[in-house]
Design a protein around this ligand. Structure first.
Ligand SMILES: C[S@@+](CC[C@H](N)C(=O)[O-])C[C@H]1O[C@@H](n2cnc3c(N)ncnc32)[C@H](O)[C@@H]1O
Length: 284
């Protein structure tokens, strides 16, 4: 089976540590849940037959919806062709500024909003998703003379994956997204990162602070008590170690390069936490 890969570059994307995540995953499970799916690196790598995927970011989940719906998918691809053909700095700002008038923006067809999200992600500086307090996309132009929105067959492969399997799409809070998980299901949490100092961790209009990390750990424990397989990745911080001390904490090194400040790029420690033992873990 040919696997898809993320169709957008996303803060916290997991491609760097995918092999380690795979080693930590349970060998068998029923339904897969990914409540903070973002670009979906691990989802596509695992390509489970039954899954519930979710992200709070409505624009992002609208793209998944449009890739899944064959009629919307065709229309979205035509829009992407238009964007590629018209691409320039002036055109980029014209498309970016469509969300300045919320009345008009909210009336735009889903497939047009989805194509805009993909195009902006490919054409903006550093492939970031960032909105201001008015939920306006505010990343500057990336200065590329050409953009490749499809990345070859990738969108078509993802369309096939979402259609030929039982994949439920949600856009809600993580706690709500996992409420139907049952014994034997596998939940992977990849929340916005905690930090010992303050760094970039605001992905949507709502931040994800310490209280949210604590609420997440309570949800993690409830799922563990139900008999689910639960895996979580985060930075190796004091709070995270404290919240998950009763579980298996694997420390790994990851490279980070989403920070636009070059000085802050480099290696940071991350953790992968599971409530089950897996003998494949770090036996290399
Ligand atoms: C670290 S990113 C996930 C990265 C992703 N696993 C990937 O590989 O690209 C965290 C995601 O959580 C989403 N998010 C933030 N708060 C949330 C909440 N309360 N419920 C659900 N999703 C949330 C953000 O929109 C963001 O996409």
């Amino acid at each position: 089976m040919i696997k898809g890969k993320p169709f957008v570059k996303w803060a916290g994307g997991k491609r760097q540590i995918i092999d380690k995540l795979l080693k930590c995953a349970p060998d068998e499970f029923n339904t897969y849940y990914e409540p903070f799916v973002g670009g979906g690196a691990f989802l596509f790598e695992l390509s489970p037959k039954n899954a519930v995927i979710n992200d709070y970011n409505k624009e992002l989940m609208n793209v998944y919806e449009c890739i899944k719906d064959s009629d919307k998918f065709d229309k979205m691809c035509k829009e992407l062709n238009n964007h590629e053909a018209n691409h320039s700095e002036e055109y980029y700002y014209k498309i970016r500024n469509l969300d300045r008038d919320k009345n008009k923006f909210n009336k735009l067809a889903d497939y047009k909003r989805a194509a805009r999200t993909i195009y902006l992600n490919k054409a903006c500086f550093n492939g970031l998703y960032r909105v201001n307090s008015k939920n306006e996309f505010n990343v500057p132009f990336g200065k590329k003379s050409k953009v490749n929105t499809y990345e070859g067959q990738n969108l078509g492969i993802i369309c096939g994956y979402l259609n030929y399997n039982n994949i439920k799409l949600l856009s809600t809070d993580f706690e709500e997204a996992v409420k139907d998980a049952k014994k034997g299901d596998f939940i992977y949490f990849d929340p916005p990162y905690d930090s010992d100092t303050s760094t970039f961790n605001s992905y949507t209009e709502d931040g994800f602070g310490k209280e949210e990390q604590k609420r997440l750990s309570r949800v993690y424990k409830k799922l563990a008590d139900k008999g689910c397989y639960v895996m979580l990745s985060n930075h190796n911080t004091k709070l995270v170690n404290e919240l998950y001390k009763e579980f298996n904490i694997n420390v790994i090194e990851a490279k980070r390069n989403i920070n636009s400040n070059g000085a802050k790029r480099g290696k940071v420690e991350e953790v992968i936490i599971t409530n089950y033992k897996n003998n494949k873990v770090f036996d290399e």
